[in-house]
Design a binder for this molecule. Structure first.
Ligand code: GLU
Length: 463
């Protein structure tokens, strides 16, 4: 056991792609386990046979590794698989039945609906409570919710009170003998010695029921903490259908793990000053649940990209070259790429964009129609290109600074600012109006290739 004895857990269900919200919950727990010298327990809640798939479990494991939640660390324990513990869940159910905290009920959902309609109540109204039914075919086991209320002491939200009048006698074991989520989840937390249950806010309505189970099974409560949901730009809860929520997708698009981790940790939490870009060690030392905000946190892909850009800029040149490598076609010459890389690194938001930014160097020029239309159909494009081509052809030294000052001389009679004067040269050579700094690009491309492209563009204008 680790020093503090505090045991956190992350308990995902493998029913789909690993969600960025799940990633944040996992990271909050991992940060707390590390800062308290405690343990992070991974439990895969794989009891929903209709929705589980082994590949989702693999996705969770690889996503956690990618985030730096290292299964080889002494602070990491698991993964445990909930489906292995159903006997234990059922033993707890029997105990609850024997102690009178739970009872059998033989009403089907239709029976309940009809009776509720007849008596003008909503849901199940404890009708079988005192019938003393024995276990049997078609019977569910229900928890006998006592009168009164439950106060959930939440490390994020403070005390939250739930009146039992709105909590029906909930099912613990289905009529087919399988344990229900609340029972399995609580029994596993107990037997895995969990002391801190930090999870998404959407589980808060389960918590009074779970707390009653902890009490009925005579165990000390864990510390609860429910962290706010992630929402999209319209302030709607992030959803698989509407939003890009899969962590794998961001990874596959070339977001950096460190940037993703740092960004996720700022969703609903801040270090207390205005610094947002923080190394993991510092996050661990500062992170605390009482600094977690109550309001929903906006998962802003633009901001994530800005974080990613920051992390790309923090790389050494060698790291940057290495990180770009998988994103570049094998046949592109790496030493040529190394020449343009320092001009690309400061401007890149995601690694997956790198090939599209430098392709003109390796794959020839492919004119973008809109760029051509905008820049090459003006009166000055042709004469400016003619003049620039002549002057560039006469140069002995092919160097970015010189290429710039020559263009400045060329543009003077045209009464243009540098940006406007660059445009025809840029479109001629790269095919587009945007790209890495122009003169450095020309330098890397070389004199002959640059001149060939300028001439080709010029003749395209004339036709
Ligand atoms: N398996 C549940 C889920 O993925 C989480 C349960 C919990 O954290 O208590 O939503």
């Amino acid at each position: 056991m680790n020093a503090s004895g505090q045991r956190f857990r992350f308990a995902p269900s493998p029913t789909g792609f690993f969600h960025v919200g799940g990633a944040r919950t996992a990271l909050f727990n991992w940060a707390l386990a590390q800062s308290t010298g405690g343990t992070f327990v991974l439990r895969i809640e794989d009891t929903d046979e209709t929705r589980n798939r082994p590949e989702w479990t693999d996705g969770i494991l690889s996503a956690l590794e990618w985030l730096g939640i290292d299964s080889a660390s002494p602070a990491f324990e698991g993964p445990y698989f909930q489906s292995n513990y159903s006997d234990e869940h059922l033993r707890a159910a029997t105990k609850l039945y024997e102690s009178g905290c739970a009872y059998y009920c033989d009403m089907s959902p239709t029976d309940i609906e009809e009776r509720a309609a007849a008596e003008d109540v909503t849901g199940y109204n404890g009708w079988s409570r005192d019938l003393g039914l024995e276990p049997g075919e078609g019977r569910v086991l229900r928890f006998r919710v006592p009168e009164g209320s439950t106060i959930v002491r939440d490390a994020v939200r403070g005390d939250v009170e739930f009146d039992h009048s709105v909590i029906e006698d909930f099912v613990l074991v289905r009529s087919n003998g399988t344990p229900v989520f609340n029972l399995a989840n609580v029994v596993d937390d107990m037997s895995m010695g969990i002391t801190n249950v930090i999870r998404a806010e959407e589980h808060l309505p389960n918590t009074p029921k779970q707390q009653m189970l902890w009490a009925a099974l005579d165990r000390d409560l864990p510390v609860w903490g429910h962290v706010p949901v992630l929402v999209n730009e319209q302030r709607k809860k992030l959803s698989k259908r509407r939003d890009k929520v899969s962590l794998e997708q961001y990874r596959d698009e070339g977001y950096l793990a460190d940037a993703m981790v740092n960004y996720l940790m700022t969703l609903g939490w801040s270090a207390g000053d205005d610094r947002e870009i923080l190394p993991w060690n510092e996050i661990v030392s500062l992170f605390a649940l009482d600094g977690v905000n109550l309001s929903p946190a906006f998962f802003d892909v633009k901001k994530l990209s800005a974080f990613n850009g920051e992390y790309i800029r923090m790389m050494s040149s060698a790291e940057f070259l290495g990180a770009c490598d998988p994103w570049l076609p094998a046949e592109w010459d790496r030493s040529t790429f190394a020449l343009i890389a320092p001009h690309v690194q400061p401007r890149l938001a995601t690694l997956s964009n790198v090939s599209g930014v430098v392709d003109f160097i390796f794959a020839g020029v492919d004119y973008d129609d809109a760029s051509w239309e905008k820049v090459m159909t003006t009166d000055i494009a042709g004469p400016l290109l003619d003049e620039a081509t002549n002057r560039y052809a006469a140069l002995d030294r092919w160097h970015a600074e010189e290429l710039k000052s020559v263009l400045e001389e060329v543009m003077a009679p045209f009464d243009l600012k540098l940006g406007k004067a660059q445009a025809p040269v840029r479109v001629a050579v790269t095919g587009r109006t945007v790209g890495p700094p122009l003169f450095e690009s020309l330098e890397v491309l070389g004199q002959q290739e640059t001149l060939d492209r300028m001439r080709a563009a010029r003749s395209r204008i004339s036709t």
